[in-house]
Design a protein around this ligand. Structure first.
Ligand SMILES: Cc1ncc(COP(=O)(O)O)c(C=O)c1O
Length: 452
């Protein structure tokens, strides 16, 4: 239940700075609108951004405006966040239904994560990747081994989801001697060059770089015929089968029942390494430490990221001793490292996140909150798909305008699915009932407004 003081809800009662302060006290505020959205401060920051950031990344205003047929479609600019709330530079308070791309599963700026990071900052900011480890990195690897799917107790840390997938690709090549990869339509595994060719989400991401992307990737239908997988592996050139147990960007779509077990059987029989990409679905989001637990399938490798660092860049590729030992013993210079690998502050934050999930029963809570969202939307005539707090609300071709209408009502939501026809929801686990009810009302209103 929101505990934002009544004075904060009354527009004009407080200055923007004071409103932000109140909203930040508990991080479970309902939306508070202070200005038009985007407000003047956001517009001005976006003008500055457009001057100096490559349009590859952001500030693609003209393109968005053209898509919408709108004159102006500036993004908002974030100033602060806590718990479920994001506050923009104009003091507007939003509920973050995306948890910042799924990162803030335990909530933005969780006090325990912040405290752990600060304590670490007082000890050691940086260690030496492969050369000299520090105790935080070692403790984090132990903690990951504790929660990992059975036997996947050996890890390679990284800074991004792409890093973790990259490590999985390299591991599979070493373990099998085969360069080929089978991945699936709708799958998203990051855009760094080493993994770019693996995504089956949008060809337009890979097309400009096709000639330098991974040359040996076969994409099959997600949830499709196992005979096709068998055929793709029969030639003996494929070393890695890479699959998301629940498609994330591809639409929050769980694998069909029994399919992952079938994929595992074919991969093993054909001598390929099976890697689950749980960068989005792992670490509690679906109500289990790993989404693959819903299907009772243990892969050879599992990749996690996003939620792991609680806001710090941190990821891991975890595997069995047998698979990871194919890297061989160190012969002086390590075969795989990064300057910032196992960054002490990220590792300290990661330890805090894993501790919170365990101690506060956040797996069960994610399941319960997901059901609550489903029920609230069902009362307004909408269905959801997915598991736990990894859900999509099918809307139709106008899902993007609906997201824009929701932004005006103080909800941060983006479309999910290859055709962007659903609302993708990956919120923090600390959502209140009041926020869920408000969202359900606002989805209904936004859809009605867009279709009016
Ligand atoms: C399933 C999945 N894998 C990998 C990635 C790539 O992670 P990153 O953007 O941190 O490189 C993402 C990012 O959205 C993802 O959803």
């Amino acid at each position: 239940m929101s505990t934002v003081p009544e004075t904060v809800k009354r527009k004009g009662a407080l200055t923007p700075a004071r409103r932000r302060e109140h909203a930040q006290m508990n991080g479970s505020s309902l939306p508070i609108r202070q200005t038009e959205i985007p407000g003047p401060a956001s517009r001005s920051w976006v003008d500055r951004l457009a001057m100096h950031e490559c349009p590859a990344v952001t500030a693609r205003r003209a393109r968005r405006a053209a898509q919408l047929g709108a004159a102006d479609d500036d993004p908002i600019v974030w100033a602060e966040a806590q718990g479920t709330n994001v506050v923009d530079v104009d003091g507007n308070v939003y509920i973050d239904w995306l948890a910042g791309f799924g990162v803030a599963f335990v909530g933005h700026r969780h006090p325990e994560v912040v405290a752990a990071a600060r304590a670490q900052e007082d000890r050691l900011l940086h260690a030496m990747g492969d050369a000299w480890a520090d105790t935080t990195r070692i403790t984090l690897l132990e903690a990951l081994a504790d929660i990992a799917p059975e036997g996947l107790t050996v890890g390679i840390l990284g800074l991004s989801g792409s890093d973790a997938i990259d490590a999985a690709v390299k591991t599979a090549v070493l373990a099998t001697g085969r360069p080929g990869v089978v991945a699936f339509g709708g799958g998203y595994h990051g855009l760094a060059l080493g993994v770019l060719g693996l995504q089956g989400y949008k060809a337009s991401f890979t097309d400009p770089f096709r000639e330098i992307a991974h040359p040996q990737v076969t994409h099959l239908d997600y949830g499709g015929e196992l005979a096709h997988l068998d055929e793709a592996l029969a030639g003996g050139t494929v070393g890695l089968v890479l699959v998301e147990p629940i498609l994330g960007r591809g639409g929050m779509t769980p694998a069909p029942e029994g399919w992952l077990a079938g994929v595992a059987e074919v991969a093993r029989r054909r001598g390929a390494v099976l890697a689950f990409d749980e960068v989005q679905s792992g670490l509690g989001r679906t109500g289990q430490w790993f989404a693959s637990a819903h299907d009772g399938v243990v892969p050879d490798l599992v990749c996690v990221g996003k939620a792991l660092g609680g806001g710090y860049p941190l990821s891991a590729c975890l595997g069995s001793r047998a698979v990871m030992d194919h890297w061989g013993a160190s012969k002086g210079e390590s075969l795989h490292t990064q300057t910032f690998l196992g960054h002490p502050v990220g590792c300290a934050a990661g330890l805090a996140v894993l501790g919170l999930i365990r101690r506060e029963g956040l797996l069960a809570k994610a399941h319960e909150r997901g059901e609550r969202i489903d029920r609230a939307l069902a009362h307004r005539g909408f269905t959801t798909r997915g598991r736990g707090l990894m859900r999509a609300v099918p809307i139709g071709p106008d899902a993007y305008p609906v997201c824009k209408a929701l932004l005006q009502r103080g909800h941060l939501v983006l479309p999910a699915g290859r055709s962007g026809d659903a609302l993708g929801l990956t919120p923090p686990v600390s959502l209140t009932d009041a926020q869920i009810e408000r969202f359900a009302d606002d989805v209904a209103e936004s859809v009605a407004e867009v279709r009016r």
